[in-house]
Design a protein around this ligand. Structure first.
Ligand code: SAH
Length: 347
């Protein structure tokens, strides 16, 4: 029999699993606490279970634990990047960012990605597989354990397209905001998507309280298609309608992410077109000067062009911020650290 990934189970499922193994349902609560609150790394640390039951668990259950293979710490702002090895040998990356309002962890949702955005390092070799809920949770748990600090915010903005791994992602959401576990408020969780329209609607229908960030990156259909292959599948107008629907269903303000690429989408005309595109929407724009990756020839605009773009939007009364670059000294755009690691490991 396949060992069960018990860290991806909710309490009800864990209770039935424990019963099948011949134990009382209250054991489920104990195990749940060891996994989701105390974040132990082995069954042997679950000391209020009998030695015999721990052996039964080892035979029937898999305790997913991520192993950091590299940790980089920024000397500038306390940002930490983690490379984790999964039990099948795959490598993923996660980032801890320390803000005044608390600690935020950026997690990956897939090994690689198949969305093909032109400026993104995570997608270059395509997708290997989606992460399980337990592997998403573990990125947060290991970082919290490593630093001894509480994690108050989570952004699903690392490698991968979370809505392309929908079932595992929504299970992750259920578990992380569950009162028996980390109990993270959904308003402190943000999911970023390149715009898979049916999945945005499906998520909206679940009426979560999480924030939706939409990777827009262009102010019209043809420019968006140049940067993001997914734009050919879902038209810009459909994507914006899905965002409006998400807002109607959840009341959560949409964030649009706009990576500024010099000579591609950074002119004042682009800003003007962007302002009229989203006019009247309850939203916020996050400008991200593109982080150049070694595999592509995209450049970031200089600072004055970034500020001019922002000013143009503000004149049109649009909420806009320039994303502060964190951990510049340990950077590597989204997915770059993993690529460097794999390159070095293979040479
Ligand atoms: N697949 C999801 C989430 C992962 S990427 C999505 O597409 O939204 C998180 C954000 O970083 C996205 O807005 C993505 O377009 C952006 N991004 C990826 N590589 C980047 C780079 N090199 N420079 C700037 N932004 C980048």
């Amino acid at each position: 029999m396949d060992k069960k990934d018990i860290k991806s189970m909710n309490m009800e499922e864990l209770k039935s699993f424990v019963s099948e193994l011949g134990e009382k349902p209250f054991r489920a609560k104990q195990i749940y606490e060891w996994m989701h609150i105390k974040h132990v790394a082995s069954f042997d640390e679950m000391t209020n279970l009998s030695a015999k039951f721990r052996e039964v668990l080892k035979e029937n259950a898999d305790l997913v634990v991520l192993n950091p293979v590299e940790i980089l710490s920024s000397q500038i702002d306390g940002t930490k990047k983690y490379l984790f090895e999964l039990s099948d040998g795959n490598i993923i990356e996660s980032v801890l960012m320390r803000y005044k309002f608390g600690n935020s962890v950026c997690i990956s949702s897939q090994v690689g990605c198949r969305m093909g955005c032109r400026f993104c390092a995570s997608t270059i070799d395509g997708v290997v597989r989606g992460l399980t809920a337990s592997e998403m949770l573990e990125q947060i748990y290991r970082i919290s354990k490593d630093t001894g600090e509480r994690v108050s915010h989570v952004v699903v903005m690392g490698s991968g397209e979370p809505l392309d791994n929908f079932e595992n992602f929504t299970r992750f959401l259920e578990l992380i905001s569950n009162g028996d576990g980390l109990n993270l408020g959904q308003r402190n969780i943000t999911v970023s998507t390149c715009g898979i329209v049916p999945k945005i609607k499906e998520l909206a229908d679940m009426k979560p309280q999480i924030n939706l960030a939409l990777s827009l990156h262009a102010s019209n259909q043809s420019k968006r298609e140049e940067l993001m292959p997914i734009a050919k599948k879902y038209e810009l107008s459909e994507v914006l309608d899905a965002c409006r629907y998400y807002f109607e269903q959840t009341g959560r303000r949409i964030t649009f992410e706009y990576s500024l690429v010099a000579g591609v989408n950074d002119t004042e005309e682009d800003a003007r077109e962007l302002a009229s595109l989203i006019a009247g929407m309850n939203c916020h724009i996050n400008l991200i000067p593109v982080n150049p990756i070694r595999e592509r020839d995209f450049k970031s605009p200089d600072n004055s062009a970034v500020v001019a773009f922002k000013n143009k939007l503000e004149k049109k009364s649009i909420n806009v911020t320039i994303r502060r670059e964190m951990g510049r000294d340990i950077q590597g755009a989204c997915g770059q650290l993993r690529r460097r690691y794999l390159r070095e490991a293979n040479s």
